[in-house]
Design a protein around this ligand. Structure first.
Ligand code: CAA
Length: 560
Protein backbone atom coordinates (compact mmCIF):
# COMPACT_ATOMS: atom_id res chain seq x y z
CA UNK A 1 0.00 0.00 0.00
CA UNK A 2 1.39 3.40 -0.96
CA UNK A 3 1.07 5.83 1.96
CA UNK A 4 4.16 8.01 1.75
CA UNK A 5 5.07 9.65 -1.52
CA UNK A 6 8.03 11.76 -2.56
CA UNK A 7 7.65 14.54 -5.10
CA UNK A 8 10.77 15.95 -6.78
CA UNK A 9 10.51 19.32 -8.52
CA UNK A 10 8.05 21.84 -7.10
CA UNK A 11 7.20 23.99 -10.09
CA UNK A 12 3.64 24.38 -11.39
CA UNK A 13 3.08 20.66 -11.89
CA UNK A 14 5.11 19.37 -8.93
CA UNK A 15 3.37 21.68 -6.47
CA UNK A 16 0.00 20.68 -7.91
CA UNK A 17 0.87 16.99 -7.52
CA UNK A 18 1.92 17.59 -3.88
CA UNK A 19 -1.51 19.16 -3.31
CA UNK A 20 -3.31 16.18 -4.85
CA UNK A 21 -1.46 13.64 -2.66
CA UNK A 22 -1.73 15.69 0.54
CA UNK A 23 -5.45 16.34 0.01
CA UNK A 24 -5.97 12.58 -0.38
CA UNK A 25 -4.42 12.05 3.08
CA UNK A 26 -0.99 10.75 2.04
CA UNK A 27 2.26 11.91 3.67
CA UNK A 28 4.34 13.85 1.18
CA UNK A 29 8.09 14.44 1.04
CA UNK A 30 8.50 17.44 -1.26
CA UNK A 31 11.99 18.21 -2.56
CA UNK A 32 13.42 20.75 -4.97
CA UNK A 33 16.96 21.72 -5.91
CA UNK A 34 17.46 24.43 -3.27
CA UNK A 35 15.87 25.71 -0.06
CA UNK A 36 14.54 28.69 -2.02
CA UNK A 37 12.87 26.49 -4.64
CA UNK A 38 11.40 24.31 -1.88
CA UNK A 39 10.05 27.46 -0.19
CA UNK A 40 8.58 28.62 -3.53
CA UNK A 41 6.88 25.21 -3.87
CA UNK A 42 5.38 25.60 -0.40
CA UNK A 43 4.15 29.05 -1.48
CA UNK A 44 2.39 27.52 -4.53
CA UNK A 45 0.64 25.01 -2.28
CA UNK A 46 -0.44 27.66 0.22
CA UNK A 47 -1.67 29.97 -2.55
CA UNK A 48 -3.74 27.22 -4.15
CA UNK A 49 -5.25 26.11 -0.82
CA UNK A 50 -5.80 29.76 0.12
CA UNK A 51 -7.94 30.18 -3.01
CA UNK A 52 -10.15 27.28 -1.86
CA UNK A 53 -10.38 28.82 1.66
CA UNK A 54 -11.36 32.23 0.27
CA UNK A 55 -14.10 30.56 -1.80
CA UNK A 56 -15.38 28.83 1.35
CA UNK A 57 -14.55 25.38 -0.11
CA UNK A 58 -11.99 24.55 2.59
CA UNK A 59 -11.74 25.73 6.19
CA UNK A 60 -8.50 26.94 7.74
CA UNK A 61 -8.10 23.87 9.98
CA UNK A 62 -8.38 21.56 6.95
CA UNK A 63 -5.88 23.70 5.05
CA UNK A 64 -3.38 23.49 7.95
CA UNK A 65 -3.88 19.74 8.15
CA UNK A 66 -3.12 19.37 4.42
CA UNK A 67 0.00 21.56 4.64
CA UNK A 68 1.03 19.61 7.76
CA UNK A 69 1.16 16.38 5.74
CA UNK A 70 3.96 17.79 3.59
CA UNK A 71 7.62 18.16 4.52
CA UNK A 72 9.54 20.54 2.24
CA UNK A 73 13.28 20.31 1.69
CA UNK A 74 16.17 20.27 -0.76
CA UNK A 75 17.78 16.91 0.03
CA UNK A 76 16.94 13.82 -2.04
CA UNK A 77 18.08 11.66 0.91
CA UNK A 78 14.66 12.36 2.47
CA UNK A 79 13.20 9.95 -0.13
CA UNK A 80 14.50 6.94 1.84
CA UNK A 81 11.08 6.52 3.52
CA UNK A 82 8.94 6.88 0.41
CA UNK A 83 6.72 4.11 -0.98
CA UNK A 84 6.60 5.93 -4.31
CA UNK A 85 8.66 8.82 -5.66
CA UNK A 86 7.43 10.89 -8.57
CA UNK A 87 9.61 13.39 -10.35
CA UNK A 88 8.22 16.54 -11.97
CA UNK A 89 11.43 18.27 -13.03
CA UNK A 90 11.93 20.01 -16.43
CA UNK A 91 11.42 17.91 -19.58
CA UNK A 92 15.07 17.03 -20.16
CA UNK A 93 16.04 13.40 -20.35
CA UNK A 94 19.50 13.94 -18.84
CA UNK A 95 18.05 15.67 -15.74
CA UNK A 96 15.50 12.92 -15.19
CA UNK A 97 18.06 10.16 -15.75
CA UNK A 98 20.45 11.73 -13.26
CA UNK A 99 17.71 12.01 -10.59
CA UNK A 100 16.64 8.39 -11.04
CA UNK A 101 20.24 7.16 -10.91
CA UNK A 102 20.72 9.07 -7.64
CA UNK A 103 17.45 7.68 -6.24
CA UNK A 104 18.72 4.13 -6.86
CA UNK A 105 21.13 4.66 -3.99
CA UNK A 106 18.56 6.19 -1.65
CA UNK A 107 15.12 4.59 -1.91
CA UNK A 108 13.95 1.24 -0.54
CA UNK A 109 14.00 -1.77 -2.83
CA UNK A 110 10.21 -1.89 -2.99
CA UNK A 111 9.81 1.82 -3.76
CA UNK A 112 8.06 2.61 -7.06
CA UNK A 113 9.76 5.25 -9.20
CA UNK A 114 7.32 7.33 -11.19
CA UNK A 115 7.87 10.10 -13.69
CA UNK A 116 5.44 12.88 -14.58
CA UNK A 117 7.16 13.33 -17.92
CA UNK A 118 4.86 14.89 -20.52
CA UNK A 119 6.30 12.95 -23.42
CA UNK A 120 9.77 11.52 -22.82
CA UNK A 121 10.33 7.80 -23.13
CA UNK A 122 9.60 5.88 -19.92
CA UNK A 123 11.73 3.07 -21.34
CA UNK A 124 14.77 5.34 -21.66
CA UNK A 125 14.30 6.78 -18.18
CA UNK A 126 13.87 3.26 -16.78
CA UNK A 127 17.09 2.09 -18.41
CA UNK A 128 19.01 4.69 -16.37
CA UNK A 129 18.02 2.90 -13.15
CA UNK A 130 19.23 -0.33 -11.54
CA UNK A 131 15.70 -1.79 -11.47
CA UNK A 132 13.89 -0.71 -14.69
CA UNK A 133 10.85 -2.83 -13.82
CA UNK A 134 9.84 -0.40 -11.05
CA UNK A 135 9.77 2.70 -13.27
CA UNK A 136 6.26 3.76 -14.32
CA UNK A 137 4.88 6.92 -15.93
CA UNK A 138 2.32 8.79 -13.83
CA UNK A 139 1.32 11.79 -15.85
CA UNK A 140 -0.86 14.53 -14.33
CA UNK A 141 -2.51 17.44 -16.13
CA UNK A 142 -2.41 21.14 -15.44
CA UNK A 143 -3.86 22.31 -13.09
CA UNK A 144 -3.15 18.99 -11.34
CA UNK A 145 -5.66 19.58 -8.51
CA UNK A 146 -8.42 20.20 -11.07
CA UNK A 147 -7.92 17.85 -14.04
CA UNK A 148 -9.03 14.28 -13.24
CA UNK A 149 -6.83 12.47 -15.78
CA UNK A 150 -3.73 10.52 -14.81
CA UNK A 151 -2.01 8.65 -17.61
CA UNK A 152 -0.34 5.54 -16.21
CA UNK A 153 2.38 4.54 -18.64
CA UNK A 154 4.06 1.17 -18.69
CA UNK A 155 7.27 0.32 -20.50
CA UNK A 156 7.93 -3.17 -21.84
CA UNK A 157 10.07 -3.70 -18.72
CA UNK A 158 7.47 -2.55 -16.16
CA UNK A 159 6.32 -4.91 -13.43
CA UNK A 160 2.57 -5.27 -14.09
CA UNK A 161 1.74 -5.48 -10.36
CA UNK A 162 3.32 -2.06 -9.91
CA UNK A 163 1.40 -0.69 -12.89
CA UNK A 164 -1.77 -1.89 -11.19
CA UNK A 165 -0.67 -0.37 -7.86
CA UNK A 166 -0.13 3.01 -9.52
CA UNK A 167 -3.49 2.76 -11.29
CA UNK A 168 -5.19 2.02 -7.96
CA UNK A 169 -3.33 4.89 -6.33
CA UNK A 170 -4.63 7.26 -9.04
CA UNK A 171 -8.15 6.06 -8.26
CA UNK A 172 -7.57 6.59 -4.52
CA UNK A 173 -6.63 10.18 -5.39
CA UNK A 174 -10.04 10.55 -7.02
CA UNK A 175 -8.48 10.66 -10.49
CA UNK A 176 -9.39 8.92 -13.75
CA UNK A 177 -6.47 6.70 -14.78
CA UNK A 178 -5.90 5.58 -18.35
CA UNK A 179 -3.22 2.88 -18.71
CA UNK A 180 -1.22 3.02 -21.95
CA UNK A 181 2.07 1.96 -23.47
CA UNK A 182 5.18 4.09 -23.90
CA UNK A 183 4.76 6.25 -26.98
CA UNK A 184 5.82 9.88 -27.56
CA UNK A 185 3.25 12.18 -25.97
CA UNK A 186 1.17 9.21 -24.76
CA UNK A 187 -2.51 9.81 -25.55
CA UNK A 188 -3.37 13.32 -24.43
CA UNK A 189 -0.21 15.24 -25.28
CA UNK A 190 0.27 13.48 -28.62
CA UNK A 191 -3.15 14.82 -29.60
CA UNK A 192 -3.18 18.08 -27.66
CA UNK A 193 0.31 19.34 -28.41
CA UNK A 194 0.00 18.51 -32.12
CA UNK A 195 -3.13 20.66 -32.18
CA UNK A 196 -1.39 23.40 -30.17
CA UNK A 197 1.62 23.41 -32.52
CA UNK A 198 -0.67 23.79 -35.53
CA UNK A 199 -2.63 26.55 -33.82
CA UNK A 200 0.60 28.41 -33.10
CA UNK A 201 1.64 27.97 -36.72
CA UNK A 202 -1.78 29.22 -37.86
CA UNK A 203 -1.23 32.32 -35.73
CA UNK A 204 2.29 32.74 -37.05
CA UNK A 205 1.10 32.49 -40.66
CA UNK A 206 -1.54 35.16 -40.07
CA UNK A 207 -4.56 32.87 -40.48
CA UNK A 208 -6.19 34.91 -37.70
CA UNK A 209 -5.25 37.09 -34.73
CA UNK A 210 -4.34 35.40 -31.42
CA UNK A 211 -7.65 36.34 -29.82
CA UNK A 212 -9.61 35.14 -32.85
CA UNK A 213 -7.77 31.80 -32.86
CA UNK A 214 -8.61 31.40 -29.18
CA UNK A 215 -12.22 32.51 -29.64
CA UNK A 216 -12.59 30.07 -32.55
CA UNK A 217 -11.87 27.09 -30.30
CA UNK A 218 -13.43 28.32 -27.04
CA UNK A 219 -16.60 29.99 -28.35
CA UNK A 220 -16.64 28.12 -31.66
CA UNK A 221 -16.08 24.55 -30.43
CA UNK A 222 -16.72 24.85 -26.69
CA UNK A 223 -13.20 23.96 -25.48
CA UNK A 224 -12.41 25.40 -22.04
CA UNK A 225 -9.65 27.61 -23.41
CA UNK A 226 -8.31 28.70 -26.76
CA UNK A 227 -5.01 27.07 -27.80
CA UNK A 228 -2.76 30.10 -27.29
CA UNK A 229 -4.23 30.83 -23.85
CA UNK A 230 -3.67 27.17 -22.99
CA UNK A 231 -0.05 27.29 -24.17
CA UNK A 232 0.50 30.22 -21.81
CA UNK A 233 -1.09 28.24 -18.96
CA UNK A 234 0.97 25.10 -19.53
CA UNK A 235 4.24 26.97 -20.20
CA UNK A 236 5.75 27.63 -23.61
CA UNK A 237 8.97 25.87 -22.61
CA UNK A 238 6.99 22.69 -21.90
CA UNK A 239 5.11 22.90 -25.21
CA UNK A 240 8.40 23.52 -27.03
CA UNK A 241 10.03 20.46 -25.44
CA UNK A 242 7.03 18.22 -26.17
CA UNK A 243 6.96 19.43 -29.79
CA UNK A 244 10.61 18.39 -30.07
CA UNK A 245 9.86 14.91 -28.73
CA UNK A 246 6.84 14.48 -31.02
CA UNK A 247 8.77 15.67 -34.04
CA UNK A 248 11.70 13.35 -33.30
CA UNK A 249 9.33 10.42 -32.91
CA UNK A 250 7.12 11.07 -35.92
CA UNK A 251 9.09 13.23 -38.36
CA UNK A 252 5.83 15.14 -38.92
CA UNK A 253 6.76 18.77 -39.67
CA UNK A 254 3.37 19.99 -38.45
CA UNK A 255 4.33 19.10 -34.85
CA UNK A 256 7.83 20.60 -34.95
CA UNK A 257 8.21 23.54 -32.59
CA UNK A 258 7.02 26.60 -34.54
CA UNK A 259 9.52 29.41 -35.03
CA UNK A 260 7.53 31.92 -32.95
CA UNK A 261 7.40 29.43 -30.06
CA UNK A 262 11.17 28.95 -30.14
CA UNK A 263 11.67 32.72 -30.22
CA UNK A 264 9.37 33.29 -27.24
CA UNK A 265 11.08 30.56 -25.21
CA UNK A 266 14.52 31.96 -26.05
CA UNK A 267 13.32 35.41 -24.99
CA UNK A 268 12.20 33.98 -21.63
CA UNK A 269 8.54 34.59 -22.45
CA UNK A 270 7.20 31.35 -21.07
CA UNK A 271 3.54 32.20 -20.54
CA UNK A 272 1.76 32.97 -17.28
CA UNK A 273 4.69 31.86 -15.16
CA UNK A 274 6.88 34.67 -16.57
CA UNK A 275 4.10 37.23 -17.07
CA UNK A 276 4.48 37.13 -20.88
CA UNK A 277 3.80 34.54 -23.55
CA UNK A 278 1.41 34.83 -26.46
CA UNK A 279 -0.36 37.33 -24.22
CA UNK A 280 0.84 39.81 -21.63
CA UNK A 281 -0.33 39.36 -18.02
CA UNK A 282 -0.62 41.79 -15.16
CA UNK A 283 2.08 39.97 -13.22
CA UNK A 284 4.14 36.81 -12.91
CA UNK A 285 1.87 33.79 -12.35
CA UNK A 286 -1.27 35.78 -13.10
CA UNK A 287 -3.93 34.71 -15.60
CA UNK A 288 -5.24 38.25 -16.09
CA UNK A 289 -4.47 39.48 -19.61
CA UNK A 290 -3.58 43.13 -20.19
CA UNK A 291 -3.55 44.99 -23.51
CA UNK A 292 -0.36 45.07 -25.54
CA UNK A 293 0.67 45.92 -29.11
CA UNK A 294 -1.03 42.78 -30.50
CA UNK A 295 -4.42 43.52 -28.90
CA UNK A 296 -7.12 43.75 -31.58
CA UNK A 297 -9.20 46.93 -31.59
CA UNK A 298 -12.83 46.27 -30.71
CA UNK A 299 -15.39 46.31 -33.53
CA UNK A 300 -17.09 49.63 -34.18
CA UNK A 301 -20.78 49.83 -33.31
CA UNK A 302 -23.02 48.85 -36.22
CA UNK A 303 -24.72 51.82 -37.77
CA UNK A 304 -27.98 51.22 -39.59
CA UNK A 305 -30.26 48.33 -40.37
CA UNK A 306 -29.47 44.78 -41.41
CA UNK A 307 -30.97 43.15 -44.48
CA UNK A 308 -31.77 39.47 -44.11
CA UNK A 309 -32.15 37.45 -47.30
CA UNK A 310 -33.70 34.02 -47.44
CA UNK A 311 -36.52 31.85 -46.17
CA UNK A 312 -36.89 28.96 -43.79
CA UNK A 313 -36.47 28.10 -40.12
CA UNK A 314 -32.85 29.21 -39.90
CA UNK A 315 -33.64 32.60 -41.43
CA UNK A 316 -36.63 33.03 -39.10
CA UNK A 317 -34.48 32.14 -36.08
CA UNK A 318 -31.79 34.57 -37.16
CA UNK A 319 -34.40 37.26 -37.70
CA UNK A 320 -35.68 36.88 -34.12
CA UNK A 321 -32.16 36.67 -32.73
CA UNK A 322 -31.13 39.89 -34.45
CA UNK A 323 -34.34 41.66 -33.40
CA UNK A 324 -33.92 40.44 -29.79
CA UNK A 325 -30.42 41.89 -29.86
CA UNK A 326 -31.92 45.25 -30.80
CA UNK A 327 -30.90 45.19 -34.47
CA UNK A 328 -33.43 46.56 -36.95
CA UNK A 329 -33.97 43.90 -39.59
CA UNK A 330 -35.32 44.18 -43.12
CA UNK A 331 -36.47 40.81 -44.48
CA UNK A 332 -36.10 39.94 -48.17
CA UNK A 333 -37.76 36.76 -49.39
CA UNK A 334 -38.32 37.50 -53.06
CA UNK A 335 -36.69 39.50 -55.79
CA UNK A 336 -39.59 41.94 -55.50
CA UNK A 337 -38.60 42.82 -51.90
CA UNK A 338 -35.00 43.46 -52.83
CA UNK A 339 -35.32 47.20 -53.18
CA UNK A 340 -36.18 47.43 -49.44
CA UNK A 341 -32.55 46.82 -48.46
CA UNK A 342 -31.35 49.99 -50.14
CA UNK A 343 -29.24 51.88 -47.62
CA UNK A 344 -28.86 49.06 -45.07
CA UNK A 345 -25.43 48.68 -43.47
CA UNK A 346 -25.06 45.02 -44.24
CA UNK A 347 -27.15 42.28 -45.78
CA UNK A 348 -26.89 38.81 -44.32
CA UNK A 349 -27.60 36.40 -47.15
CA UNK A 350 -28.72 33.14 -45.60
CA UNK A 351 -29.64 31.71 -48.92
CA UNK A 352 -26.86 29.16 -48.60
CA UNK A 353 -27.53 26.73 -51.39
CA UNK A 354 -26.24 23.33 -52.24
CA UNK A 355 -24.80 24.03 -55.64
CA UNK A 356 -25.89 21.40 -58.05
CA UNK A 357 -25.18 21.21 -61.73
CA UNK A 358 -27.32 24.27 -62.24
CA UNK A 359 -25.77 26.62 -59.72
CA UNK A 360 -26.79 29.78 -61.46
CA UNK A 361 -29.53 28.78 -63.79
CA UNK A 362 -27.23 29.86 -66.56
CA UNK A 363 -27.58 33.48 -65.49
CA UNK A 364 -24.39 34.14 -63.58
CA UNK A 365 -21.80 32.48 -65.70
CA UNK A 366 -23.42 32.12 -69.05
CA UNK A 367 -23.88 28.40 -68.61
CA UNK A 368 -20.17 27.78 -69.10
CA UNK A 369 -19.57 24.56 -67.20
CA UNK A 370 -15.83 25.15 -66.94
CA UNK A 371 -16.40 28.23 -64.77
CA UNK A 372 -18.12 26.12 -62.08
CA UNK A 373 -14.80 24.53 -61.25
CA UNK A 374 -14.96 21.81 -58.59
CA UNK A 375 -17.24 23.71 -56.25
CA UNK A 376 -19.68 21.25 -54.75
CA UNK A 377 -21.45 23.22 -52.09
CA UNK A 378 -21.66 26.66 -50.67
CA UNK A 379 -23.19 29.96 -51.54
CA UNK A 380 -22.44 31.52 -54.83
CA UNK A 381 -23.42 35.06 -54.32
CA UNK A 382 -24.49 35.81 -57.84
CA UNK A 383 -26.30 32.53 -58.10
CA UNK A 384 -29.86 33.27 -57.08
CA UNK A 385 -32.17 35.81 -58.61
CA UNK A 386 -32.99 37.24 -55.15
CA UNK A 387 -29.34 37.80 -54.38
CA UNK A 388 -28.74 39.36 -57.75
CA UNK A 389 -31.65 41.70 -57.10
CA UNK A 390 -30.25 42.53 -53.65
CA UNK A 391 -26.88 43.15 -55.17
CA UNK A 392 -28.41 45.58 -57.63
CA UNK A 393 -30.48 47.25 -54.92
CA UNK A 394 -27.72 47.94 -52.41
CA UNK A 395 -25.24 49.14 -55.00
CA UNK A 396 -21.47 48.84 -54.82
CA UNK A 397 -21.17 50.31 -51.34
CA UNK A 398 -23.45 47.90 -49.46
CA UNK A 399 -21.93 44.82 -47.87
CA UNK A 400 -23.25 41.28 -48.31
CA UNK A 401 -22.33 38.71 -45.68
CA UNK A 402 -22.84 35.36 -47.40
CA UNK A 403 -23.72 32.74 -44.80
CA UNK A 404 -22.78 29.15 -45.59
CA UNK A 405 -22.77 25.93 -43.63
CA UNK A 406 -19.18 25.12 -42.85
CA UNK A 407 -17.75 26.77 -45.92
CA UNK A 408 -18.77 29.30 -48.46
CA UNK A 409 -17.61 29.73 -52.00
CA UNK A 410 -18.16 33.20 -53.31
CA UNK A 411 -17.90 33.41 -57.05
CA UNK A 412 -16.41 36.44 -58.72
CA UNK A 413 -18.96 38.66 -60.39
CA UNK A 414 -16.21 39.88 -62.67
CA UNK A 415 -16.43 43.32 -61.07
CA UNK A 416 -13.75 43.81 -58.36
CA UNK A 417 -15.68 46.66 -56.71
CA UNK A 418 -18.65 44.40 -56.14
CA UNK A 419 -16.51 41.42 -55.16
CA UNK A 420 -14.82 43.58 -52.49
CA UNK A 421 -18.13 43.82 -50.63
CA UNK A 422 -19.10 40.15 -50.53
CA UNK A 423 -17.85 38.49 -47.36
CA UNK A 424 -18.17 34.74 -46.68
CA UNK A 425 -19.35 33.96 -43.14
CA UNK A 426 -20.15 30.84 -41.14
CA UNK A 427 -22.25 30.85 -37.97
CA UNK A 428 -21.39 28.14 -35.45
CA UNK A 429 -23.55 26.62 -32.76
CA UNK A 430 -23.91 28.41 -29.46
CA UNK A 431 -21.43 27.24 -26.81
CA UNK A 432 -20.99 28.07 -23.13
CA UNK A 433 -18.43 30.74 -24.07
CA UNK A 434 -20.46 32.32 -26.88
CA UNK A 435 -21.38 31.81 -30.51
CA UNK A 436 -18.88 32.41 -33.27
CA UNK A 437 -19.53 34.10 -36.59
CA UNK A 438 -16.52 33.27 -38.74
CA UNK A 439 -15.67 35.89 -41.30
CA UNK A 440 -13.45 35.15 -44.28
CA UNK A 441 -11.11 37.78 -45.59
CA UNK A 442 -9.18 37.68 -48.83
CA UNK A 443 -7.30 39.97 -51.16
CA UNK A 444 -10.54 40.42 -53.10
CA UNK A 445 -12.48 41.71 -50.06
CA UNK A 446 -12.10 45.23 -48.67
CA UNK A 447 -11.07 45.71 -45.03
CA UNK A 448 -14.08 47.99 -44.56
CA UNK A 449 -16.46 45.23 -45.63
CA UNK A 450 -14.86 42.82 -43.16
CA UNK A 451 -15.08 45.43 -40.40
CA UNK A 452 -18.77 46.04 -41.18
CA UNK A 453 -19.49 42.32 -40.81
CA UNK A 454 -17.51 42.27 -37.52
CA UNK A 455 -19.77 45.08 -36.31
CA UNK A 456 -22.82 43.06 -37.38
CA UNK A 457 -21.56 40.06 -35.38
CA UNK A 458 -21.04 42.10 -32.23
CA UNK A 459 -24.43 43.82 -32.64
CA UNK A 460 -26.07 40.39 -32.91
CA UNK A 461 -24.29 39.14 -29.78
CA UNK A 462 -22.06 36.76 -31.73
CA UNK A 463 -18.29 36.50 -31.37
CA UNK A 464 -16.60 37.54 -34.60
CA UNK A 465 -13.61 35.49 -35.74
CA UNK A 466 -11.86 36.86 -38.80
CA UNK A 467 -9.65 34.45 -40.72
CA UNK A 468 -8.11 34.07 -44.14
CA UNK A 469 -10.66 32.66 -46.59
CA UNK A 470 -9.15 29.17 -46.70
CA UNK A 471 -10.69 25.72 -46.52
CA UNK A 472 -12.23 25.31 -43.07
CA UNK A 473 -11.69 29.01 -42.23
CA UNK A 474 -10.41 28.96 -38.62
CA UNK A 475 -12.65 26.66 -36.56
CA UNK A 476 -12.69 23.63 -38.84
CA UNK A 477 -9.12 24.26 -39.98
CA UNK A 478 -7.96 23.80 -36.37
CA UNK A 479 -10.52 21.25 -35.21
CA UNK A 480 -10.64 18.79 -38.09
CA UNK A 481 -6.93 17.92 -38.18
CA UNK A 482 -7.25 17.34 -34.39
CA UNK A 483 -10.13 14.91 -35.06
CA UNK A 484 -8.14 13.30 -37.86
CA UNK A 485 -5.25 12.71 -35.42
CA UNK A 486 -7.64 10.96 -33.04
CA UNK A 487 -8.84 8.70 -35.86
CA UNK A 488 -5.22 7.96 -36.81
CA UNK A 489 -4.34 7.13 -33.20
CA UNK A 490 -7.31 4.78 -32.97
CA UNK A 491 -6.35 3.18 -36.27
CA UNK A 492 -2.80 2.64 -34.99
CA UNK A 493 -4.13 0.44 -32.18
CA UNK A 494 -2.41 2.51 -29.46
CA UNK A 495 -5.58 3.59 -27.66
CA UNK A 496 -9.31 2.86 -27.73
CA UNK A 497 -12.10 5.34 -28.45
CA UNK A 498 -12.84 5.31 -24.70
CA UNK A 499 -9.18 6.01 -23.75
CA UNK A 500 -9.03 8.91 -26.18
CA UNK A 501 -12.35 10.37 -25.04
CA UNK A 502 -11.33 10.09 -21.38
CA UNK A 503 -7.89 11.57 -22.04
CA UNK A 504 -9.22 14.72 -23.66
CA UNK A 505 -12.23 15.20 -21.39
CA UNK A 506 -10.54 14.39 -18.08
CA UNK A 507 -7.10 15.75 -19.01
CA UNK A 508 -7.93 18.89 -20.94
CA UNK A 509 -11.46 19.71 -19.80
CA UNK A 510 -13.03 19.10 -23.22
CA UNK A 511 -16.81 19.05 -22.73
CA UNK A 512 -17.06 16.46 -25.50
CA UNK A 513 -14.57 13.85 -26.61
CA UNK A 514 -12.91 14.07 -30.02
CA UNK A 515 -14.99 11.18 -31.40
CA UNK A 516 -18.17 12.77 -30.12
CA UNK A 517 -17.17 15.93 -32.00
CA UNK A 518 -16.25 13.87 -35.05
CA UNK A 519 -19.57 12.07 -35.11
CA UNK A 520 -21.40 15.33 -34.62
CA UNK A 521 -19.61 17.00 -37.53
CA UNK A 522 -20.00 13.81 -39.60
CA UNK A 523 -17.03 11.76 -40.88
CA UNK A 524 -17.86 12.80 -44.45
CA UNK A 525 -17.80 16.52 -43.66
CA UNK A 526 -14.53 16.17 -41.75
CA UNK A 527 -13.07 14.13 -44.60
CA UNK A 528 -14.25 16.69 -47.18
CA UNK A 529 -12.73 19.70 -45.43
CA UNK A 530 -9.47 17.86 -44.71
CA UNK A 531 -9.23 16.89 -48.37
CA UNK A 532 -9.78 20.53 -49.39
CA UNK A 533 -7.15 21.67 -46.89
CA UNK A 534 -4.74 19.06 -48.22
CA UNK A 535 -5.45 20.20 -51.77
CA UNK A 536 -4.69 23.81 -50.77
CA UNK A 537 -1.48 23.15 -48.84
CA UNK A 538 -0.14 19.71 -49.71
CA UNK A 539 0.58 19.15 -46.01
CA UNK A 540 0.82 15.45 -45.33
CA UNK A 541 -0.81 15.49 -41.89
CA UNK A 542 -4.05 16.67 -43.53
CA UNK A 543 -4.47 13.46 -45.50
CA UNK A 544 -7.67 11.99 -44.06
CA UNK A 545 -7.24 8.87 -41.96
CA UNK A 546 -8.25 5.71 -43.87
CA UNK A 547 -10.46 4.97 -40.86
CA UNK A 548 -12.54 8.05 -41.73
CA UNK A 549 -13.01 6.75 -45.26
CA UNK A 550 -13.91 3.32 -43.88
CA UNK A 551 -16.60 4.88 -41.66
CA UNK A 552 -18.00 6.91 -44.54
CA UNK A 553 -18.20 3.88 -46.83
CA UNK A 554 -19.84 1.81 -44.10
CA UNK A 555 -22.12 4.74 -43.19
CA UNK A 556 -21.04 4.36 -39.56
CA UNK A 557 -20.19 6.80 -36.81
CA UNK A 558 -17.31 6.16 -34.43
CA UNK A 559 -19.37 5.89 -31.26
CA UNK A 560 -22.04 3.74 -32.84
N1 CAA B 1 -4.63 25.53 -9.50
C1 CAA B 1 -5.60 25.00 -8.71
N2 CAA B 1 -6.92 25.17 -8.98
C2 CAA B 1 -7.24 25.93 -10.04
C3 CAA B 1 -6.29 26.51 -10.89
C4 CAA B 1 -4.92 26.30 -10.57
N3 CAA B 1 -3.95 26.77 -11.33
N4 CAA B 1 -6.92 27.18 -11.88
C5 CAA B 1 -8.23 27.02 -11.67
N5 CAA B 1 -8.41 26.26 -10.56
C6 CAA B 1 -9.68 25.84 -10.00
C7 CAA B 1 -10.48 27.01 -9.52
O1 CAA B 1 -10.14 27.35 -8.19
C8 CAA B 1 -11.89 26.48 -9.64
O2 CAA B 1 -12.14 25.63 -8.55
P1 CAA B 1 -13.62 25.52 -7.95
O3 CAA B 1 -14.48 24.98 -9.06
O4 CAA B 1 -13.45 24.56 -6.83
O5 CAA B 1 -14.00 26.89 -7.53
C9 CAA B 1 -11.85 25.59 -10.88
O6 CAA B 1 -10.46 25.27 -11.06
C10 CAA B 1 -12.35 26.29 -12.12
O7 CAA B 1 -11.58 27.47 -12.27
P2 CAA B 1 -12.16 28.84 -12.78
O8 CAA B 1 -13.61 28.93 -12.44
O9 CAA B 1 -11.26 29.92 -12.29
O10 CAA B 1 -11.92 28.85 -14.33
P3 CAA B 1 -12.44 27.87 -15.42
O11 CAA B 1 -13.78 27.31 -15.17
O12 CAA B 1 -12.22 28.62 -16.67
O13 CAA B 1 -11.42 26.65 -15.39
C11 CAA B 1 -9.42 25.59 -16.01
C12 CAA B 1 -10.04 26.86 -15.44
C13 CAA B 1 -9.67 24.44 -15.08
C14 CAA B 1 -7.93 25.83 -16.15
C15 CAA B 1 -10.11 25.31 -17.41
O14 CAA B 1 -10.03 26.45 -18.21
C16 CAA B 1 -9.48 24.16 -18.16
O15 CAA B 1 -9.77 22.99 -17.91
N6 CAA B 1 -8.60 24.48 -19.15
C17 CAA B 1 -7.91 23.48 -19.93
C18 CAA B 1 -6.66 23.08 -19.20
C19 CAA B 1 -5.91 21.97 -19.91
O16 CAA B 1 -6.09 21.67 -21.06
N7 CAA B 1 -4.99 21.32 -19.17
C20 CAA B 1 -4.14 20.30 -19.71
C21 CAA B 1 -2.91 20.92 -20.27
S1 CAA B 1 -1.78 19.75 -20.90
C22 CAA B 1 -0.93 19.22 -19.56
O17 CAA B 1 -1.04 19.70 -18.48
C23 CAA B 1 -0.05 18.06 -19.78
C24 CAA B 1 1.33 18.37 -20.10
O18 CAA B 1 2.14 17.50 -19.85
C25 CAA B 1 1.75 19.56 -20.82
Amino acid sequence: MINTVGVIGLGTMGAGIVEVFAKAGLSVIAVDGSAELAERGKGFLEKSLGRAVSKGKLDEAARDEIVGRVSFGDDLAAMKDADLVIEAVPERLEIKESIFTTLDGIVREDCVLATNTSSLSITEIARATKVPSRVIGMHFFNPAPVQPLVEVIRSVMSDETLVEQVRELAERLGKKPVVVGDRAGFVANALLVSYLARSIRAYESGLASRSDIDAAMAAGVGLPMGPLTLCDLVGLDVIHEVCGVLYNATGDPSVASPSILRQLVTAGRLGRKSGHGFYTYDGIGSGTVVDDAATTAPAKPLEGKVGLVGEGDLVDALGSELSDAGVEVVRVVSADDAASVKGVAVTLAVDAVELDGDCCGGGCCGGDDASHGDVESGLEIGAKPVLRAVRDAIGDAGVIAALGEGSVETASTGDPTIDATVVPVVLHEKQRAGQVLEIGRSVAISDEAVETVRSLAVAAGWTPVVGKDRAGLVVDALLYPHLNDAAKMLDSGYATVEDIETAMKAGCGYPQGLFELLDEAGPDDVHGVLAEMYFETGEQHLVPSPLLTEHILADRTFRG
